[in-house]
Design a protein around this ligand. Structure first.
Ligand SMILES: Cc1ncc(COP(=O)(O)OP(=O)(O)O)c(N)n1
Ligand SMILES: Cc1nc(C(=O)O)sc1CCOP(=O)(O)O
Ligand SMILES: [Mg+2]
Length: 522
């Protein structure tokens, strides 16, 4: 395992298929996942969801079917198990031919089917195993009875790289352990980890928290609580399969485990949000659209992939400060992310272009491996050259509509606004978010007009876009900013509070804690 929780190294008998690498014969290899799961005739979950997720994430997915369900948006009408021998035939067929990076399991409905899976995984080792211990459908139908629990506990979980139970499944695996709070989820994750998987993700979507869905991730040492706002929709059929398959797809592309989990969670949130109003089928649990990334947002003719919650702790790097404290941009960015920064902007006003490009490329790699967005300040050329996630521009930089046409629909664009009129224009021009300030006086940006908390509130009220506050913000005043009454104010952007400091990591952790506490109080 690498220090970022990377997936395990290749076994000696593994024929390496490095993702997207070109071999000596000039053949392009693509990352490959094998899903071993049940078919859902309604195509919202199971094998069909797994295939769609992998396609949406640019990963090839083969499928071994364990059972065929007659299922629609109203529920599961009937289940037909495939004979274990035939499941084994399918496994042998694909495992002996393809070079899978990751195997993901879903519905494993009988002990005999788990047995043949284990035998085939021992005959054909793969790099990583993602186990979604599917037991009950969203509609309440039992898909794998309690008879499979002991083989799961004793033989499948110990070889899994990650398991992704929901609270009911975690409870069943732990013999009826009560899970009613996030603290219980942590205890469950720890107990499940003791059964052998290298990582555990307990999904809390079923817990009765009104505004957030919280998943608990445990790597054997540290817990991470991954929160996202609940999406009000009935189109939730297949979320579990989608999350686990997306983790598998990201691992196949080379991500670390935590990064794969974060990307997968964001993918599910975005898919749910994009599909909240679609109507497919007449039942209570509709499917959602895995290909939202291909669809255009009619407002701005671009893809809706930006998650405004990423603005929570926005770290803006500064070359002068890094030089003063004798640290590289790369080290500064690493420390900020480790301390909890949720988005990074490289603001390098003096760097030489070539040098800046090299540093930006290194930062893109770091941010990608942690599932954190990286934007470039002002420099569209650098953003394009290093394939950053987007840019931040001000009122005297290139206009947003031109930046959009240069960067295309998928990149994130932030724009600085001090007035309601600028905020309105930013929305019309296709920006994703607004940076508004200076909320307080700052020494970081010369001749910057201070708009105060009142000015910030005016911009927020006028803005249809999410807003991040900037200017003179630090641990001592972040709470006062977050407490202005503006639901679209998503976080604070800071420069000196993180980077003009002896220890970026410590300051980032402190500021993150302050922001979390102030959010709880709202
Ligand atoms: C998040 C965020 N908000 C505002 C700014 C300021 O951008 P701009 O007005 O273009 O000023 P410079 O940063 O280029 O000096 C920002 N960078 N980030
Ligand atoms: C880069 C920038 N833009 C601002 C704006 O008002 O748009 S204020 C600012 C500097 C923010 O630095 P610090 O966190 O050190 O005060
Ligand atoms: Mg600028």
């Amino acid at each position: 395992m690498n220090s970022l929780g990377g997936i395990r190294s290749w076994p000696a008998n593994w024929r390496s298929t490095t993702a997207l690498m070109t071999t000596t014969e000039n053949v392009r290899k693509v990352p490959q996942v094998l899903t071993v799961a049940g078919s859902d005739s309604g195509a919202g979950a199971g094998i069909q969801a797994d295939l769609k997720v992998c396609a949406a994430r640019g990963v090839y997915c083969a499928s071994v079917i364990t059972a065929v369900t007659a299922q629609n948006t109203r529920g599961v009408q009937s289940v037909h198990l495939l004979p274990p021998e035939f499941v084994s035939e399918q496994l042998k067929s694909v495992l002996s031919d393809f070079e899978f990076d990751v195997v993901k399991t879903g519905m494993l409905p009988s002990t005999e089917i788990v047995e043949v899976l284990l035998q085939n995984l021992s005959d054909f080792p793969v790099r990583a195993l993602v186990v979604d211990p599917v037991m009950v459908s969203t509609s309440g139908h039992v898909l794998a009875g309690s008879s499979i629990l002991s083989i799961f506990r004793e033989r499948l979980l110990p070889i899994a790289d990650i398991i992704t139970p929901n609270v009911k499944e975690a409870s069943a695996l732990l013999g009826g352990f009560r899970i009613e709070t996030v603290a219980d989820m942590r205890s469950a994750a720890k107990l499940l980890h003791e059964m052998g998987p290298r990582f555990v993700l307990v999904k809390g979507g079923d817990l009765p928290d009104s505004s957030n869905s919280v998943d608990v991730y445990f790597d054997g040492k540290e817990f991470h609580e991954l929160r996202s706002p609940r999406v009000a929709t009935r189109n939730t059929h297949g979320t579990g399969c989608t999350l686990a398959s997306c983790i598998a797809a990201e691992l196949a592309k080379g991500s670390s485990m935590l990064s794969a989990v974060k990307v997968a969670k964001r993918f599910v949130d975005n898919a749910l949000d994009y599909s909240k109003d679609i109507a497919i089928g007449s039942g209570m649990q509709g499917p959602f659209d895995h290909f939202f990334g291909l669809k255009k947002d009619p407002q701005s003719s671009r893809c809706s992939i930006f998650n405004p919650d990423d603005l929570f702790l926005y770290a803006v790097s500064d070359s002068r400060m890094n030089r003063k404290w004798n640290r590289s941009i790369v080290d500064a960015v690493k420390a900020a992310i480790e301390g909890g920064a949720t988005i990074i902007q490289l603001r390098e006003k003096e760097a030489e272009t070539r040098e800046f490009l090299e540093e930006a490329k290194a930062c893109v790699d770091i941010c990608r491996s942690h599932g954190v967005i990286l934007l470039i300040n002002d420099r569209i050329d650098i953003a394009l050259a290093c394939n950053a996630d987007g840019v931040h521009v001000g009122q005297s930089d290139l206009p947003v509509d031109l930046v959009r046409s240069l960067l295309g629909p998928d990149k994130i664009i932030g724009v600085s606004c001090k007035t309601p009129e600028q905020a309105h224009q930013a929305w019309k021009d296709g920006a994703d978010y607004i940076g508004s300030g200076g909320v307080f006086p700052t020494n970081t940006k010369a001749n910057n007009r201070t708009i105060g908390l009142d000015g910030l509130k005016e911009v927020c009220d006028a803005s249809k876009l999410p807003v991040v506050a900037i200017g003179g913000i630090g641990i001592s005043n972040a709470e006062s900013v977050m407490q202005i009454d503006a639901p679209n104010l998503k976080g604070v952007a800071v420069v000196s509070a993180l980077f003009d400091q002896d220890c970026v990591l410590t300051q980032a952790k402190k500021l993150h804690k302050t922001l979390k506490e102030s959010k709880r109080e709202i």
